[in-house]
Ligand binder design. Structure first.
Ligand code: NOJ
Length: 554
């Protein structure tokens, strides 16, 4: 049974086809290029790939503006290439998740074009209209500073249409049963082509009531159950990983009390507090965020991430906490975005400090949930702040020291490869790092390998073990007679900590270091005294001399 719920103990790698590998030399990554790099991805040890949108799109929001849900954008290849890709993944035991962007379409989608031209079109009611400009039209924009309104007048329809995001992304009227049926059809289509599920974009908006008269949108949670049931009728092991930046008090509404709604959600609450802990050295708010998001059905799972393709959204921190993170990781206005976040990649935020990078990824791998790693993070890629908005952290993968980092043979890649400075491809690339046993890439492979051997983290309950040091977080996972303890020092100085007897469990045990020979025997009272270096981290198995899971107990 535990292996059936593959997403519980998965390691997900996310990438966008257009910036991963260009096989045909036109300056844009494609499925053929990605196929050639599947062995690399498999070698990293990840178990699933999440592809960002690759369907036909004018590309005004990097594919999050879909113009045809049933096709591959010609820049990336054909449906045939896509099936070669899912087949290649299957051969390597890799699962595939794809983005499902159904809160809105592109304004170029034939549905919207039909809807705007003819009030009697069956597609008219697929979108959300108002004859007059709603009073709250300027409220609730998602991209402040760039997006002005959530209602825009369409000169063809001569009415206002609702758009939660940019004006070229009209919202679908997701309450319309025909729209709901179409969403299921889209899911069914891609399942048939070999995917194991979807990263559902903007879930709270998908299920919210929409309309000119809606002042407080209400979530229609039953829709989640409907999506889930459909998925499982078609493909028993397919999942939805929801993008829902919501408050902990609604988590169970999204998972469903019996786990009957979303299988997975990204843990934004932990993400923001984790950056605060890294910026301040105070793990208190992170501990609270972990505890608040602890309740979840046994079959559900959190997706844990550090940086994603969007800005680091700090909107849920207090203004003071947010300022602390800005000061530490994005002090310059050019590094910030939408009044709430930081648009940089992780490595430059941490000034390329290997100790801090390891600590951050070690943490991501050992917090309660399934880690989601972004392409390029395994080699500590940087950003290009001269590019607009979020594009700065979406530059092409750096494979080698060849021109354009080996990403493309074209003279001019559509998105420029980082060339200059410490993060340029001559200094940061896969080819160099794979030859260097000490590289971050090889470290990442080892850490992923070990993480997969720790189902306690995926399945177990965690306890926060007191360390006596606010900058040191110790988490203990217990599951079916097996226990793991992970310790992270967020501080810039060495710190000696003392863990209570049996690392919280009372009995006197050896803590077996899973990453080195540096085991920690108990003192006469069963306690453990551990000296952590600046940003130091430890992974221990509690008790036993063998690091291997007592599989007979599983
Ligand atoms: C969330 C996605 O992560 C983001 O990149 C996109 O712009 C919006 N949803 C709109 O689809």
């Amino acid at each position: 049974m535990i292996d059936d719920l593959w997403y519980k103990n998965a390691v997900i790698y996310c990438l966008s086809v257009g910036t991963f590998m260009d096989a045909n030399g036109d300056g844009v990554g494609d499925f053929k290029g990605l196929l050639r790099r599947l062995d690399y991805i498999q070698g990293l040890g990840v178990t699933a790939i999440w592809l960002m949108p690759f369907q036909t799109s004018p590309g005004r929001d990097d594919g999050y503006d879909v113009a045809d849900y049933y096709g591959v954008d010609p820049r990336y290849g054909t449906l045939g290439d896509f099936v070669e890709f899912t087949h290649g993944c299957k051969q390597r035991g890799l699962r595939v998740l794809i983005d499902l962007v159904v809160n809105h379409t592109s304004d170029q989608h034939p549905w919207f074009q039909a809807a705007r031209k003819d009030p009697k079109s069956p597609f008219r009611d697929w979108y959300v209209w108002s004859k007059t400009k709603p009073a709250d039209a300027d409220a609730g924009v998602v991209f402040p500073g760039v997006q002005k309104s959530t209602w825009t007048r369409d000169p063809v329809a001569k009415e206002y249409y609702f758009h939660r995001f940019y004006e070229f992304q009209p919202d679908l009227n997701t309450a319309n049963p025909h729209v709901q049926a179409e969403i299921l059809k889209i899911m069914g289509f891609w399942l048939q082509l070999g995917v194991s599920g979807f990263r559902m974009d903007a879930v709270p908006f998908v299920i919210a009531t929409k309309g000119a008269d809606v002042t407080t949108p209400a979530e229609q949670y039953d829709m989640l159950r409907m999506f889930r049931e459909f998925l499982q009728w078609r493909t028993g092991d397919a999942i939805i990983l929801g993008e829902a930046n919501v408050l902990p008090k609604t988590d169970m509404d999204y998972f469903g009390v019996a786990g009957e709604r979303l299988q997975m959600m990204f843990n934004f609450q932990v993400n923001q507090n984790l950056f605060y802990a890294m910026a301040s050295g105070d793990t208190g708010p992170l501990t609270k965020a972990l505890e608040k998001t602890e309740p979840r059905p046994a079959t559900s799972q959190w997706g844990l991430f550090l940086r994603n393709h969007d800005e680091l959204d700090l909107g849920r921190l207090t203004p003071k906490q947010r300022q602390t993170v800005f000061d530490a990781f994005g002090p310059d206005k050019s590094m910030q975005l939408y009044d709430r976040g930081i648009r940089r990649r992780l490595a430059p935020m941490l000034q390329g400090d290997r100790r801090r990078l390891e600590m951050a990824y070690s943490l991501m791998m050992t917090l309660p949930g399934t880690p989601v790693l972004r392409y390029g993070d395994e080699i500590a890629m940087g950003d290009d702040l001269s590019l607009p908005e979020r594009t700065c952290a979406r530059t092409p993968m750096q494979w080698s020291t060849e021109p354009h980092g080996g990403f493309t043979a074209a003279d001019t890649p559509v998105t420029p490869v980082i060339t200059d400075g410490a993060y340029g491809y001559k200094h940061v690339n896969v080819a160099d790092q794979r030859r260097d046993p000490q590289s971050l890439l090889n470290w990442m492979e080892r850490i992923i390998r070990m993480r997969k051997e720790l189902p306690e983290i995926a399945w177990g309950d965690f306890t926060v073990v007191p360390t006596g040091a606010p900058e040191v977080l110790a988490l203990r996972y217990d599951w079916r007679n097996n226990s793991v303890l992970v310790v992270h020092n967020f501080g810039a100085t060495s710190r000696e900590i003392q863990l209570p007897s049996g690392a919280g469990a009372g009995e006197s045990v050896l803590l077996v270091n899973l990453l080195s020979q540096d085991h920690s025997p108990p003192d006469a009272k069963g306690r453990h005294c551990i000296l952590l270096e600046p940003y130091g981290y430890r992974w221990f198995r509690v008790g036993g001399l063998d690091y291997i899971l007592r599989r007979s107990d599983v």
